[in-house]
Every structure is written in structure tokens, then in C-alpha cells.
Design a protein around this ligand. Sequence first.
Ligand code: G3H
Ligand code: 13P
Ligand code: ZN
Length: 330
Amino acid sequence: MVSYKELGLVNTREMFKKAMEGKYAVPAYNFNNMEQLQAIVNACGKSGSPVILQVSSGARKYADSTLLRYLGQGAVAMAREAGYQIPIALHLDHGDTFELCKSCIDSGFSSVMIDGSHHSYEKNVELTSKVVEYAHKYDVTVEGELGVLAGIEDDVSAAEHVYTQPEQVEDFVKKTGVDSLAISIGTSHGAFKFKPEQCTKNDKGVLVPPPLRFDILEEIEKRIPGFAIVLHGASSVIPEYVDLINANGGKLDAAVGIPAEQLRRAAASAVCKINVDSDGRLVFTAKIRETFAKNPGEFDPRKYLGPAREELVKMIMDKNANVLGSAGRY
Ligand code: G3H
Ligand code: 13P
Ligand code: ZN
């Protein structure tokens, strides 16, 4: 048993309390490798932003779960040595079984998500309650989910959104004891969140998606006032990076994300955590493609991963300051 507290990590309780009071959202960035982790920690350190480092099951398979955990846990020492005092949580993203959540809790994660959203309501309550009961013994915080995001969530894919039903949230929160709740109000995972035919074009020819269901969010806030809400699938799919990818041999047609103004509005509400993975992937791919296009003879990974890491720092600092509002709030 490794205690996250001994590693200098924190759970999300205090982070969310401050985010609720301060009307901003804490960023949760996914990482799969050293360069992404370095960029996240440096960017949030420079921003003075609290941060949640997210590890998915896919990331654990890709990078070796032990190695990835050590990387995440090394983030605190790395930040402190650089003079950054920001709070850092290490979080399991989309945990799908009790055993996986337990294994993360036992090995020093400070927060876990149990995603029972694909099960029946009753099974979701049962599974989430079991994880909460175990996690709270160690002061690890738990995120649950109600409603299903359209698109691909790990290996499960849903054609349509199943929006969160506000009538269920109070009962779910009360029965399970979760610390935060992921909801479905129109976001989805990946770079293709909306079909072009669902969008309109603005005067610059950019596809503008339909707005998120803020009416559902407001109804949820009324039913569980002051409770921390989480938004998954919240990448903006920043057009600048999509264009850079396409200009350097890529082919990402009709990639559309959540406009920054909508995320700002969500961050100022009960949404206390905003998940971003795809935007980081796009930045990395864009800079690597650009490096190879400029210098096809390059074969030193540091020469193409380095610029990708640098650009990721810029993107994250911009998001913290101008979209989530978390900069300077630690
Ligand atoms: O919610 C999904 C995250 O973007 C993680 O994606 O399962 O491909 O690592 P992944
Ligand atoms: P994006 O694919 O929009 O970055 O969402 C990531 C996410 O929700 C991770 O859990
Ligand atoms: Zn997610």
C-alpha cells in the first residue's frame, strides 16, 4: 500500500471547493509519456494552476502501468524542484472495474473515476458505491458518471448522447457518496465531436457546433447545489493545430470541438473539472509533422518530441489562463 499523501499528491476535494467558490475549473490533462507529463507540470507550474494528471486504462496498457504511475508520482518532486507549489492530483480516468480502481488506490493514486455509465442505473449505483466505500478509507476522492457521451469512450462507443437525467443526480450522489459527477450535456471524446451537418459555418468558414445543453446543467445545479460537476470530452480541437496537421501531410477533415466560450461558461458554473486529452494529442502531432516536413532527415526523437513538448506548454498555459480560468488560483 502506497499512500499518495507521502508522495505529496493531494485528492481533489480542496481543489474543487476552491474552484466552485472562485468560479473556474481545474484542468485535468491526460498523459501517456514523459514529454506530455513534463509539459503539463511545467505549464501548470508556470500558470500557477492546480492540476489533475489523468491516466486512462489505455495509457496504462501503452506505457506500462507501473512506469506511468512512477512518472505521475514524480511530478510533485519535479514541480517542487522547479519552485512550483501547485497542488497536483493523480487520477484514474474512466476506471471500469472495482479491481482497477482498487489497484490504483493501493498504488498511490489520489483520485479515481469509476465509470459505470454504460451499466443500468442500479448497477452503476452499486459499482460506484463499492468504489467509494473503499476509496474513502484512504481519503481518495471518487468521480462517478451519469449519462453517456456520444462517440468512443475507451472500447465502448455510443451513436447518440444519452443526456444526464437531472431527476437522477440527487439520488445517485446520495446513494453512492461520490465526490464529483461527470455528466453528459453534449460533449464527446476525440477530435470529431460533431458531424459537419450538425454545424453551421461562421464568416471565416469555420464549423460552429450546436451549443451544449446548459439547460440540463442548470437543472442539475439546482438539484445538487454546490456539488462538483465534471465535463469530459471538452477539447476545443483548436483549428490552428488541425490546420498545421493538414498543411503537413495530415488528413483531419471536419474535426470539430467545443468552442472556448462554451467552456468558459461551464467553468464559471458548477463545472469544477474539465478533461482535455485530444487537444494535447493534436498539438503533439502538429509539431512532429511540422518538424519532419521541414527536416525529413531528422531521426533524433529529442529533436521532434522537444518542439512538441514546448508547444504543449504554450497550449496548456493559454487554456488555463483564457478558458478554464485556473491560472494563478492555487
Ligand atoms: O476519455 C478518454 C481519454 O481521452 C483517454 O483516451 O483511452 O485512448 O487513452 P485513451
Ligand atoms: P477530449 O477527447 O475532448 O480531449 O476528452 C478527454 C476526456 O474526456 C478524458 O477523459
Ligand atoms: Zn473522458
